[in-house]
Write a protein that binds this ligand. Structure first.
Ligand code: CA
Ligand code: CA
Length: 375
C-alpha cells in the first residue's frame, strides 16, 4: 500500500514523487452546484430540494458538536466552469448529481484544533505518521539518509510559474509535523485555536476513536456542509462574496506566489473566524481540507446512481480506492478545500466538489473534523 513521501526537495525523487504527488493532488480538492437557495425554493438543474428529517436530537448534544437531522438531499455538483469563482475544472467525479439519504448525526462545529489534538497526544502518547521515519522496506530504493520523518509543506516559488506542475510549490520538509506545520523552525505556540494540520488519515482516525467519535462519511460531510440549502454552490448560498464579504479562508492574489490575503489570513485561520452555515458549522469551505471515511474513486457517484435501491441510503463509498491519475495509491476522500484554494487552480471550496488524499500523506493544509452517531 502506498507510501509516504520522504525525500526533501532537491534530493533524488524516487520516493518523493509518489508521495508528494498524492498529497498535492489532494491538497487542492472539492466543489458543487450553483446559486444559493433555501429548502423549498427551486433548485438548480439536476438538484431537488433538500428534505431534512424532523427527528430531534436523540440525546444531549456533545460539547462542540451540532445535531444534523439527516434527511434526503441532492449530492454532487454541476460543472462550475463559467460561474464566478467557479474555476477551471469540470469536476466530473462529482457527478451525476444524485439523491442520497443520511441518518441523523452530530458533527463538530469546527475543524479539530491544535489544542484539542494536543490533549489527545498528552492523554495517549500518540505519535503521528509525519513524526515517524519512513520504513526502509516501504522504500527499498531510497538512500537511508532520505528516510527521515517529515511531511509536505507549501513552499511557493518566487515569481509566476506555470500551474501544470505542483512540485513547484510543494516540498517534502524533514521535521514538518503537527507541532511544526511548516518545518522544524515553525511552531504552534499561541496557535491553539488554529486547526491541527500535517494529519494523515490514520492520525485523524486515532483522534476520533479516542474522542468517542468517528470521521464523517462523504455523504454526511456534504449534507452537513450544505446547511439545509438545496443545490447551492457554497455552504452559505450562491454568491462567493455576498456584498463583498469574505465567507471562507481561501486564496486571493496570483497563485502560488503572491497571496494578498484579503480575507485576513495567509495560512490557516483560527477556527470559526468566518460565518457559520445554516447548521452552525464553520469552515466547511476553505481553511483546511477535511478527511472523510470513504475511499476515493472518481466513479463513486456513477456507481451509486446505478444501484437499484434509490435514493442511496447512508452510502459509505467504495470498498477500495482507485485514482486513475495515480493508480496504486490508496486515497481517501478529502472535502472542503483549503486556504490555498483559488479559482486559478483549485476551486474546491465549492461545496459539492470532491478531493482526495493519499492516506499516509499529511500537509500543512490538511486537517479534519469528527462526527458521532446516536447510540
Ligand atoms: Ca486566506
Ligand atoms: Ca475546512
Amino acid at each position: 500500500m502506498a507510501a509516504r513521501h520522504p525525500a526533501p526537495r532537491g534530493i533524488p525523487w524516487p520516493i518523493v514523487q509518489a508521495l508528494a504527488a498524492a498529497a498535492v493532488v489532494a491538497l487542492f480538492v472539492v466543489v458543487g452546484p450553483r446559486v444559493g437557495r433555501q429548502s423549498g425554493r427551486p433548485a438548480p438543474r439536476g438538484f431537488e430540494a433538500t428534505a431534512p428529517a424532523t427527528k430531534s436530537p436523540p440525546g444531549q448534544t456533545p460539547e462542540g458538536m451540532v445535531w444534523i437531522p439527516g434527511g434526503e438531499f441532492s449530492m454532487g455538483c454541476d460543472d462550475p466552469r463559467g460561474k464566478p469563482f467557479g474555476g477551471r475544472e469540470p469536476m466530473p467525479d462529482a457527478r451525476p448529481v444524485h439523491r442520497v439519504q443520511v441518518d441523523g448525526f452530530w458533527i463538530d462545529s469546527t475543524e479539530v484544533t491544535n489544542d484539542q489534538f494536543a490533549a489527545f497526544v498528552a492523554a495517549t502518547g500518540y505519535v503521528t505518521v509525519a513524526e515517524t521515519p519512513p520504513r526502509a522496506e516501504d522504500f527499498p530504493s531510497a538512500p537511508a539518509e532520505n528516510l527521515v520523518a517529515g511531511s509536505i509543506v507549501f513552499t511557493p516559488p518566487e515569481g509566476p510559474v506555470s500551474l501544470d506542475n505542483h512540485y513547484q510549490w510543494w516540498a517534502y520538509v524533514p521535521g514538518a509535523n503537527w507541532r511544526h506545520p511548516t518545518g522544524p523552525d515553525s511552531s504552534i505556540e499561541g496557535l491553539g485555536t488554529r486547526p491541527v494540520v500535517q494529519i494523515a488519515y490514520d492520525d485523524a482516525v486515532a483522534f476520533a476513536s479516542w474522542a468517542g467519535k468517528r470521521l464523517p462519511t462523504e455523504a454526511e460531510w456534504e449534507f452537513a456542509a450544505r446547511g439545509g440549502l438545496s443545490g447551492a454552490t457554497y455552504p452559505w448560498g450562491d454568491d462567493f462574496q455576498p456584498e463583498g464579504r469574505q465567507m471562507a479562508n481561501t486564496w486571493q492574489g496570483p497563485f502560488p506566489g503572491d497571496n494578498t490575503s484579503e480575507d485576513g489570513f495567509v495560512f490557516a485561520s483560527p477556527v470559526a473566524s468566518f460565518p457559520a452555515n445554516g447548521y452552525g458549522l464553520h469552515d466547511m469551505s476553505g481553511n483546511v481540507w477535511e478527511w472523510c471515511a470513504d475511499w476515493y474513486r472518481p466513479d463513486t457517484y456513477a456507481r451509486d446512481a446505478r444501484k437499484p435501491d434509490q435514493p442511496s441510503k447512508n452510502p459509505r463509498g467504495p470498498d477500495t480506492s482507485h485514482d486513475p491519475q495515480e493508480p496504486g495509491q490508496a486515497k481517501r476522500v478529502l472535502r472542503g478545500g483549503s486556504f490555498l484554494c483559488t479559482d486559478q487552480y483549485c476551486s474546491r471550496y465549492i461545496v459539492g466538489t470532491r478531493g482526495k488524499g493519499e492516506v499516509s500523506s499529511g500537509a500543512n493544509h490538511i486537517g479534519f473534523r469528527c462526527v458521532r452517531s446516536p447510540e
